[in-house]
Design a protein around this ligand. Structure first.
Ligand SMILES: [Zn+2]
Length: 302
């Protein structure tokens, strides 16, 4: 679908509430709340007694909010085609719905997105502190959450190794790269980890959307989960994104790293689109077109 502008948190909520009313089989829930008390929404599609499930997560990083649109487009297309009893890429959606649950979190970092799109509100108790961190009031490249923690460095994977790198490079709270006081110190990551642990018996794999680079990461510091290599190759064929290894600071404390390390299950990072973040929202339909085959097929690769 075409977007004239990025989705704000409020616009996302309006859309998800509208879709979950229009299609009663879409279940809207909340995994927790952000620092500034925004409930973090999740849509679940699929029978509750399905034996296998997968998780899609987008927008850990506020400047990569274009990927929120990608997951909203997927929810909408799935719902419409399922209602019409159609197949897509040879997948009968009535069967997919019965056999697999898909949990979709389109915007894990709503506070960061609101800083970027709307600036900082006078009633925000963190205003003074955050304005210092953001070089005045320029939030155009803000990636972190409301108090300057980069959520995709806040998971318990090589966290303390990364602390050494932070010290060496003088990385501290701010727009990006700061990992936080301890693993899962942030309510957004804590909520997501709680959800994952609670659902780990059925949860087979995770797909996390970031931008940009048209690449897929599936290893964590050289560690690969069983089955990952084959699934990664399939995703690469479907998207025409290259398989790559996260480099430098990108391989510490991320959701993909943690899920592989903690559970030895497959997890993938898709770096969507190409250009400089934040990507122009006009690229949203092209990004969705490029990865929709992978989004529909991912649940049946397990
Ligand atoms: Zn990212």
């Amino acid at each position: 679908m075409k977007y004239e502008q990025e989705l704000t948190y409020e616009a996302l909520m309006e859309k998800l509430i509208f879709l979950s009313k229009k299609y009663e089989f879409l279940k809207l829930s909340y995994i927790g709340t952000s620092i500034l008390s925004r409930p973090i929404p999740m849509i679940t599609i699929g029978e509750s007694d399905a034996k296998k499930s997968v998780l899609y997560v987008s927008t850990h990083h506020a400047s990569e909010n274009i990927c929120t649109c990608t997951l909203v487009d997927f929810i909408e297309e799935y719902a419409k085609m399922y209602e019409d009893k159609r197949s897509v890429f040879g997948i009968n959606l009535s069967v997919l719905y019965k056999m697999r649950r898909i949990h979709i979190i389109p915007m894990l970092n709503p506070d960061g997105v609101s800083y970027r799109l709307e600036g900082i509100n006078d009633s925000n108790p963190l205003k003074e502190r955050v304005e210092k961190l953001s070089n005045g009031c320029d939030f155009s490249h803000w990636n972190a959450n409301a108090r300057g923690v980069d959520l995709n460095h806040n998971y318990d994977a090589y966290f303390y190794d990364y602390k050494e790198i932070e010290k060496e490079r003088g990385i501290c709270e701010g727009a990006s790269k700061y990992s936080g006081e301890s693993p899962e110190s942030e309510p957004e990551t804590a909520a997501l980890c709680r959800f994952i642990r609670y659902n780990i018996d059925t949860l087979c794999g995770i797909l996390t959307l970031h931008s940009q680079g048209e690449e897929i990461y599936y290893k964590s510091n050289g560690t690969v989960s069983p089955k990952s290599e084959l699934i990664a190759k399939t995703l690469s064929t479907m998207t025409d994104y290259k398989l790559a290894q996260a480099e430098d600071t990108a391989s510490y404390g991320g959701l993909t790293d943690w899920f592989i390390k903690e559970f030895s299950k497959p997890s993938f990072t898709l770096e969507c689109g190409k250009g400089e973040n934040p990507l122009d929202i006009k690229n949203a339909p092209a990004i969705y077109a490029r990865i929709r085959k992978a989004l529909f097929n991912f649940p049946i690769l397990f």
